[in-house]
Design a protein around this ligand. Structure first.
Ligand SMILES: N[C@@H](CCC(=O)N[C@@H](CS)C(=O)NCC(=O)O)C(=O)O
Length: 202
């Protein structure tokens, strides 16, 4: 297996944290996205969308989409479970993982895409999109603060993939000027706890 990686990216970070939580180490190749290597024909053969991460399997299959990659790794290495052990847990973690994908990661990524230097010559940056998605992310934070008043982690009391998706979104949020306000004490407590895990800087 080979992980095609992009160290500063939010989605590749999900896979690295997931691997670290499983205690797994696999060969990794950094793709020079700043130099547009992800748009080169050799990379587009692996992922026609030109996005990272990509997990290349030993039989040559190229898996992209960070959540799909983690699903595959979970099936190969079920312990410790990060996507649930029972049917109910799996559904609950999927529910929260998808909520974190669409209600948190996407809006934060959109702010970054529409304001960040990296994407200046890659997409048409629309300040209005950044403004709108910034307020979407702020509303999600408010909601999460209330949820985390009632439990330790995003999908329940245990750490799961839903936490990984959310913590990586907040790491990118720092770069996009979207920090957790200190008065959101439950969300801030959760972020401090997940950031203190030994795997957080994987
Ligand atoms: N839905 C994909 C998103 C992947 C994605 O957007 N990756 C970004 C890095 S976080 C990327 O490769 N950007 C390079 C570019 O757009 O040129 C996933 O979950 O893996």
């Amino acid at each position: 297996m080979l992980l095609h990686d992009l160290t500063p990216g939010m989605h590749p970070r999900r896979v690295r944290i997931f691997l670290a939580e499983k205690g797994l180490s696999i060969p990794r190749e950094e793709v020079d996205a700043a130099g547009h290597a992800n748009e080169a024909p050799a990379f587009l053969k692996l992922n026609p969308l030109g996005k990272l991460p990509v997990l290349e399997l030993d039989d040559g299959t190229a898996l992209s989409e960070s959540l799909a990659i983690c699903r595959h790794l979970e099936e190969l290495h079920p312990t410790p479970p990060l996507l649930g052990s029972t049917s109910r847990e799996r559904a609950q973690i999927d529910m929260w993982m998808l909520r974190m994908e669409f209600e948190l990661s996407r809006p934060i990524a959109q702010v970054f895409l529409h304001t960040g230097e990296f994407y200046r010559d890659r997409i048409e940056q629309v300040p209005e999109v950044a403004r709108h998605t910034r307020s979407h992310a702020a509303a999600t934070m408010q909601w999460l603060d209330g949820e985390l008043a009632r439990r330790q982690h995003i999908a329940g009391d245990g750490y799961s993939m839903a936490d990984i998706v959310a913590q990586c979104a907040f790491v990118l949020g720092k770069a996009a000027g979207l920090r957790i306000p200190p008065d959101m004490t439950h969300l801030a407590r959760w972020f401090a706890a997940v950031s203190a895990r030994p795997t957080a800087r994987a």
